[in-house]
Design a protein around this ligand. Structure first.
Ligand code: HEC
Length: 191
């Protein structure tokens, strides 16, 4: 009789801890959504307003300086790593995905067949050599305004092409069309 109890309580313990993990992921996902919404809201409106007021050359700084600075701000404020990543990067130093991020980005591209990228996200607990992490990614859809610097050759003006060629000789972040996934915001929190 006693023997039978042991595995049962063990099983209960196990299921209790997996319920805990589900709750953790749900709460983390909720918090991450808020971070992404705020961040994409800030950046999206800056790109739009700068483009309208000063044109594409001046707008480069929003994607080049303001976006990474905003991600660092959110990292500092939340104590979690917040970054922008992509499968086709312009700046490999900042935007290259790790193995988990690559897998999720490839999955996002597949999900694009029957899902709206505006709502596309993924979260899970990941065990890495350094420990366990809560990880979250939210797809960044390519909007009209992005095409001026990330689109096909016919959508990118010559001065921008010249600038990109000079500053990013290894640029892979062009050739996108409206609605494709430009990349993702990735959030990583130690458990
Ligand atoms: C005026 C030009 C310009 C526009 C418009 C623009 N970008 Fe960028 N984008 C850049 C540059 C330049 C970089 C490289 C930044 C760096 O040096 O880290 C970049 C980098 C990025 C990255 C980081 C990954 C990478 O490729 O290195 C993402 C993600 C991104 N852009 C998304 C967008 C989205 C989404 C839009 C539209 C809302 C957009 N960009 C509009 C110029 C632009």
């Amino acid at each position: 009789m006693k023997k039978a109890w042991l595995p049962l309580s063990f099983a209960l313990l196990l299921s209790a801890s997996s319920v805990m993990a589900d709750d953790d992921v749900a709460k983390f996902q909720e918090d991450s959504r808020k971070i992404v919404k705020e961040m994409m809201g800030q950046l999206g409106s800056k790109v739009q307003s700068e483009m309208k007021a000063n044109g594409p050359v001046a707008t480069i700084k929003v994607c080049k300086d303001i976006a990474p600075a905003t991600a660092s701000d959110f990292s500092r404020k939340t104590g979690q790593r917040v970054t922008r990543v992509s499968l086709k990067v312009r700046n490999p130093l900042l935007g290259s995905p790790d193995a988990w991020e690559q897998k999720v980005l490839m999955d996002f591209d597949k999900r694009l067949e029957n899902e709206n990228p505006a709502n596309m996200e993924f979260a899970e607990v990941v065990t890495e050599p350094q420990g366990k992490y809560l990880r979250y990614m939210k797809a960044i859809p390519t909007q009209d305004v992005c095409l001026k610097c990330h689109g096909t050759p016919d959508t990118i003006a010559q001065p921008i092409k010249d600038l990109l060629n000079a500053e990013y000789p290894h640029d892979k972040a062009t050739g996108y069309t409206l609605g494709q996934i430009r990349g993702a915001i990735s959030i990583k929190k130690p458990l």
